[in-house]
Design a protein around this ligand. Structure first.
Ligand SMILES: C[S@@+](CC[C@H](N)C(=O)[O-])C[C@H]1O[C@@H](n2cnc3c(N)ncnc32)[C@H](O)[C@@H]1O
Length: 321
C-alpha cells in the first residue's frame, strides 16, 4: 500500500494487513493498551496500529534515525496517544522503564533500512546513486563505512562481506579495497560500487554486483544482528501474558535469529541436564502459526517485499508477571 497522503513518504510498508491481523488478538484484552513500534520508519505500521487502538491506548514509536524521527513527529504531531523516542531498539527496556510502562500488549519490529534511507544518496547506502560512503542509520553515532574501510584489517573486511553479505568473492574484494586505499581514500558510494564490480568475474542478471557487499557493510556498520539479539529478549520480557511480538526480517541471517529465538532452540539445546524434554519447564513463549510472506500481488507492487518474512510469538502465561 503506497501512502499517497504523505508526500515525503517513499517507503511502502510491507505485510501491513498481515502484521495488524496477527497482532490483533493481543489488542483485545486489556483496558488501556500499550503497544510498541520499534522501527517507526515513516510510520506506515504505526498508523495501522493506531487505527486499532482506542482513545485511552498508547503507542511508543522508536527509530534510531533522526530523519525518521522528524518525519514521525510531523506525521503524528496531533495524536496524544503517540510517544516518539529516538533510540535503538536494543534500548527498549530502558525506554519502557523511563516511561514507567510495566508491561506492553504488542510489539512490532520491521527490520532493516527504509526506502528513504536507501534512496537518498546523501545517506550513503546506495550503490546506484553517488553519495558520501556513510551507511549509518544514525549519522550521529559510530563510524561511517568510509572511516571503517580506511583502517579495517583485510581479514575483517573479508569476514564482514562473507558473513553479513554472503559474498562469495569476499577475499578478492577485500584485497582490492586494501590496494585502492593505499592510493586514495574510499569516500564515495559509486567509487566502492565500481571497485567491487571490477573484481567480480561474472555479474548476475538483475542484481547489481555490489548488492551483497553493501548489505554486509551496512549490517556491520549498524551492528544490526547484535541489535536484534539484544532486542528479542527485552521485547519478550516486556510483554504481558498473551502479548505478542511480530518481527519482519529481510534476509536469512535475521530470520534465522528470530526463528531460533521464537522456538527457543538455544534454550532447549543448552538444557544440559538429565531430563526428558517433557520434564523441562514450559517455555515462556511460543511461536504463533507459521512464518508469513508477502502475497504475489504485494511482491508485484513492491519488489522489496519479496524477501520479507513475518514471524510472531506470544508470551505464555506461565512466566509472565
Ligand atoms: C523497514 S523500516 C520501517 C518502516 C516502517 N515499518 C514503515 O511502515 O514506515 C526500518 C526502520 O527501522 C529503523 N531501525 C533499524 N534498526 C534499528 C534499531 N536497531 N533501532 C531502532 N531503529 C532501527 C531504521 O532507521 C528504519 O527507519
Amino acid at each position: 500500500m503506497r501512502e499517497d497522503h504523505e508526500p515525503d513518504t517513499a517507503h511502502i510498508t510491507v505485510l501491513l494487513a498481515e502484521t495488524v491481523a496477527i497482532l490483533r488478538p493481543a489488542l483485545r484484552t486489556s483496558a488501556a493498551l500499550r503497544c510498541v513500534d520499534a522501527t517507526g520508519g515513516r510510520g506506515g505500521h504505526s498508523a495501522a496500529l493506531l487505527a486499532e487502538l482506542g482513545a485511552t491506548d498508547a503507542l511508543l514509536i522508536l527509530d534510531r534515525d533522526p530523519t525518521a524521527i522528524a518525519a514521525l513527529r510531523n506525521r503524528f504531531a496531533k495524536d496524544p496517544r503517540v510517544h516518539i523516542r529516538q533510540a535503538r531498539f536494543s534500548q527498549l527496556a530502558e525506554v519502557l522503564a523511563a516511561l514507567e510502562w510495566g508491561s506492553v500488549d504488542a510489539i512490532l519490529a520491521d527490520l532493516g533500512v527504509s526506502s528513504p534511507q536507501l534512496d537518498e544518496a546523501e545517506r550513503g547506502f546506495s550503490f546506484m546513486r553517488d553519495g558520501p560512503l556513510d551507511m549509518r542509520m544514525d549519522p550521529g553515532a559510530g563510524v561511517s563505512a568510509s572511516e571503517w574501510l580506511a583502517t579495517a584489517p583485510e581479514a575483517e573486511i573479508s569476514r564482514v562481506l562473507r558473513e553479513y553479505g554472503e559474498e562469495r568473492f569476499a577475499r578478492p574484494i577485500a584485497r582490492a579495497i586494501l590496494r585502492t586505499r593505499e592510493q586514495t581514500s574510499i569516500t564515495r558510494t559509486l567509487q566502492l560500487a565500481d571497485l567491487i564490480a571490477e573484481v567480480l568475474p561474472r555479474h548476475e542478471i538483475g542484481q547489481h554486483p555490489a548488492t551483497r557487499s553493501f548489505q554486509g557493510i551496512r549490517i556491520f556498520i549498524n551492528r544490526e544482528l547484535e541489535e536484534l539479539e539484544a532486542f528479542l529478549p527485552q521485547a519478550m520480557n516486556a510483554l504481558r501474558a498473551g502479548g505478542r511480538l511480530a518481527v519482519i526480517s529481510f534476509h536469512s541471517l535475521e530470520d534465522r535469529l528470530v526463528k531460533r529465538f521464537f522456538r527457543a532452540d538455544d534454550y532447549r539445546i543448552s538444557a544440559d541436564i538429565p531430563l526428558r524434554a517433557s520434564e523441562l519447564p514450559p517455555l515462556p513463549w511460543h511461536p504463533v502459526g507459521k512464518a508469513l510472506r508477502a502475497s504475489a500481488r504485494e511482491t508485484c507492487d513492491n519488489p522489496r517485499s519479496r524477501s520479507a518474512v513475518l514471524r510472531t510469538a506470544e508470551r505464555s502465561d506461565h512466566y509472565a508477571a
